[in-house]
Ligand binder design. Sequence first.
Ligand SMILES: Cc1ncc(COP(=O)(O)O)c(C=O)c1O
Length: 401
Amino acid sequence: MNPELDKLHPYPFEKLSALKSAVTPNPELEHIALSIGEPKHKAPAFVMQELQQQLSGVSAYPLTKGISELRQAITDWLTQRFNLPADSLNPEQHVIPVNGTREALFAFAQAVVDRDKNPLIVMPNPFYQIYEGAAYLSGAEPYYINTTSDNNYLPDFDSISDEAWAGCQLLYICSPGNPTGAVIDKATLQKLINLAEQHDFIIASDECYSEIYFDESNPPVGLLEAAAEMGKTDYSRCVVFHSLSKRSNLPGLRSGFVAGDKDILAKFLKYRTYHGCAMPLHHQKASIKAWQDEKHVEENRALYQKKFTDVLEILEPVLDVKKPGASFYLWADLSLKTNFTDEDFAQKLFAEQNISVLPGSYLSREANGINPGNQHVRMALVASYDECIEAAQRIRRFLES
Ligand SMILES: Cc1ncc(COP(=O)(O)O)c(C=O)c1O
């Protein structure tokens, strides 16, 4: 067997199940899950309809590269959303559909890392665990950059030594961030683009939460946008990952895309052809409809906006918790207003109030002497408005008792 498999950590939800199995939840209360980032808002009806109408797509083998209409719809969306110069993206060269960003984020490292050169993959800490697994299985070592309240939960890229940058072959960034909701600004992205050129590494920018934000006049900036504003419309060393899972409440459609540097994508496409991960034709057709519509995305944001406003009003007096820059997560710091560890909080809250939240330390590793997930919990406000309010009231009761 591949020895790197032994380096993989159990997934955070396996650890959470074990933690919860040691207690019995209050049987008088319905369970509310704030633990998983799985959107529960309705999938758009027009996408479902298209999916049904295109079911005959099951009779054909889809191409890895996807159909040109989908790549065009994605190109149009990217160009419009991130103010890219017209025609700077060619749908034939700069875009590949993927079966959700999870597989793509993982596969990308397998395709781009040169395992013979002691590779490092730099990533935020806490992080989406796929980055770490992708690093191990590609033969690289993960290099964690702590994100703490001292830095507004953003990675401190200045803390990375030249030696580490020299070994870095791939940098994962996640903006808006999971679990912190922090948004990396344009100046920082541009600094990273310059560093990537200087030290010859690739930036994989996970932007799957980019459409869940609260200020309609100020959407999160993207890596391609930052590159284009520097005049780098070849998007050299830049690759972005986007998804319909959160934007359009379609986590089961398994539909996203990667876009950016055409030379990297040509190699990635070659890799993917062998990996065998083409998107079914009917999913591609349904995805076109989703990328072509913004109305349902605006409605989706309005629902999150209302949930965040009302949930925070209930929680702020008892918990150190703030509205994130974007995303649908609350990243609560337990260290100021409570004495709980993150595991204790999650376990007791489950036992007393039948609510699941994710301990922060399940999403992070110890680095530079600290584990930045300690004494934090992640709460995903994905359930219905009523459930989120009910959950907030129960958490408040739990903390006040
Ligand atoms: C940061 C981050 N990236 C990527 C994904 C994967 O999403 P999908 O594969 O549904 O596109 C998730 C899912 O929760 C995530 O939180």
